[in-house]
Design a protein around this ligand. Sequence first.
Ligand SMILES: Cc1cc2nc3c(=O)[nH]c(=O)nc-3n(C[C@H](O)[C@H](O)[C@H](O)COP(=O)(O)O)c2cc1C
Length: 353
Amino acid sequence: MSSIDLSTTYLGLRLASPFVVGASPLSDHLDTVRRLEDGGCAAIVLHSLFEEQISQRDTGRIHHMDPLDRQFATVVSYFPEPESYPLGPDEYLEHIGRVKAAVKIPVIASLNGTTAEAWLKFAKLVEQAGADALELNMYEVITDLDRSAAAVEHGLKQIVKDLAPELVIPLAVKLSPFFTAFANVARDFDAAGVRGLVLFNRFLQPDIDLQHMAVWPRLELSSSDELLLRLRWLAILHGHVTCSLAATGGVATPNDGIKAILAGADAVQMVSAILRHGPSYFTLMRDDLRRWMESHEFAAVTDIRGRLSLAKTESPSAFERAQYIRTISGWASRLGYQAYVRAHEDDEPTRPS
Ligand SMILES: Cc1cc2nc3c(=O)[nH]c(=O)nc-3n(C[C@H](O)[C@H](O)[C@H](O)COP(=O)(O)O)c2cc1C
């Protein structure tokens, strides 16, 4: 029996390892949920219930627009019909209870919305349904040219300020990386009462279909390339916020998981890799982490978390800038060298005189 301790604390919850399944349809079927637990998954984040679903059920409106009002018909038609979501609001609450009864690992519910409005009351029902924590996904693409960054940030913080004191269970927020001063935003969320930051939302990148001259939303599974942005911000925030940090996006292999922990992640969420390889991939994640720790003589995850963060770097900003300049300058001279070699490839060797 290995004496290596893989356990971690995330949102105040004790987890057997840092590896958790992220919000996705993987939690929709009880059979899969049990397989995730058997495969070594340490906690489950349920797929999101959307603000629009809740407000439509409660008020008949989406973003204050009445679907029966002809002036809003086009905008409202962009949203799915209530019955085409996997679960409606009441079914979602029942699902929380069913998943909780099916597994022993913590179950984190997910709400997805961006306004500090009445729909937020639903969070209390999520808590009463038995969720161990709530992840709030603040997914929004700001297209309004009149809305400033400060106004957007104020609105998001207001949601946390309204919600966090209402809940007994811990609240995490899943955020976009597109803030001008993300470190400041993260610190303010921390101060406003979030117990965890989930970094980062992957935005849908709509593509253009040339044949049909139409825009279509693409949902591609991620690759390790996407992890680098997360590693940077985990490394910057580790040691500067009191709340937990979770990585989501681009954890495709066990080595990616280890990197996220070294950067500062308390929990590592995975979706694409589990969709590709199945629930037992969590066993590989844990085994490889354990092996790596053994080979480097670490006894506990707490010994490696944040070891490669910027917490002890004197001036992280100067460090980042210096890394950038070093890389760019190094690369430019290498490119120059390669171009020089190509240009002279066919030259006859000249004899030294
Ligand atoms: C099919 C699919 C469904 C998803 N559904 C949700 C969701 O309901 N709520 C949410 O916050 N994120 C959702 N996500 C995003 C994931 O939770 C995760 O943040 C993202 O896939 C990046 O992680 P990965 O690189 O491990 O896939 C979904 C992702 C996929 C691929």
